[in-house]
Design a protein around this ligand. Structure first.
Ligand SMILES: O=C(O)CCC(=O)C(=O)O
Ligand SMILES: [Fe+2]
Length: 286
């Protein structure tokens, strides 16, 4: 596996962004996109605890999230937001809050950040928050809806490893999903030999930095410290809007349906297919 660092840029014009990153679908870290946002100074664990601590939030455990069976891709339990925030500040934990649409419940928070102007077609209804404890990892996936994502991190640092969509065979893409089984942080080249050929990017996000994740880019997110991020999404293509919709239908109707019917057997079949495609991709290289 070969990873290069994602470029960090400042004062990038919309034209430069479109030419250098959007058109070629190349990730970039925008160091200053959030510099005038109120959220930058205002949002903190303390702030959320005081203002929204009573909200009940679904908690995800990455270790069991993808287990086949009736809890496949479901949250594990619900607790008050305050309890979760206290927990992640107290000790390392892999528990996460995923696609938290807090702004729907607290619309006043929308005044604390701005929709980026660097491109158009933002989905204004879908800003989402993500929280993770120190050590939490969200495994390699790409986003179902095929949007471009701007992910702004707050408070601490966070690592993201990215690959273009086309690397999917080397990453052991599980068919009928947008997931890959490999542990990119600790690659096992004996079990996943094709992974050696993957070429991707590494990003270390600091407080206030925004990562541009081009549509369908694979990404694995690792919380080196407890922290949180805001994502805003843009879909500038009708074609990919339709593909996104098809992915969502496939996810709920096929993948979840077959998981319900077949459980472990469905996962074993997907893994087998992923292995076959990876072996073919290695053979095609030679
Ligand atoms: O930051 C995270 O915890 C996950 C982010 C992510 O996967 C996304 O924004 O699509
Ligand atoms: Fe994602």
């Amino acid at each position: 596996m070969n990873l290069i660092e994602v470029e960090k840029r400042e004062n990038l014009s919309s034209d430069e962004f479109k030419r250098e990153y959007l058109k070629p679908l190349k990730p970039v870290i925008l160091k200053d996109m959030s510099k005038d946002w109120k959220a930058n100074k205002k949002w903190s664990f303390d702030f959320f605890e005081k203002k929204y601590g009573d909200l009940i939030v679904p908690i995800f455990n990455p270790e069991s999230y993808f287990n086949s069976g009736k809890n496949y891709m479901k949250s594990n339990f619900k607790i008050p937001f305050r309890e979760y925030l206290e927990l992640i500040q107290k000790k390392p934990t892999n528990l996460r809050i995923h696609i938290f649409q807090l702004i729907k419940e607290a619309p006043e928070l929308a005044h604390d950040f701005e929709t980026p102007t660097i491109m158009s077609s933002f989905l204004k209804k879908f800003p989402a928050l993500f929280f993770g404890g120190k050590g939490a990892t969200l495994r390699l996936h790409y986003d179902l809806d095929c949007s471009h994502v701007f992910l702004t991190h707050f408070q601490t640092k966070k690592e993201v490893i990215l690959f273009s969509y086309e690397q999917k065979e080397f990453l052991y893409h599980l068919p009928y999903t947008v997931q890959a089984e490999v542990d990119i942080k600790n690659p096992d080249y004996v079990k996943y030999p094709a992974l050696k050929n993957a070429k991707g990017y590494y990003a270390l996000l600091n407080h206030g930095e925004t990562l541009f994740i081009p549509r369908r880019y694979w990404h694995c997110v690792h919380y080196t410290e407890e922290g949180f991020s805001l994502s805003v999404r843009s879909n500038d293509s009708i074609l990919f809007g339709i593909r996104g919709l098809l992915n969502i239908i496939r996810h709920f109707a096929l993948d979840k349906g077959f998981n319900h019917l077949l459980g472990e057997k469905w996962l074993a079949w997907k893994t087998k297919k992923a292995n076959e495609k990876a072996n073919k991709a290695i053979a095609d290289l030679n």
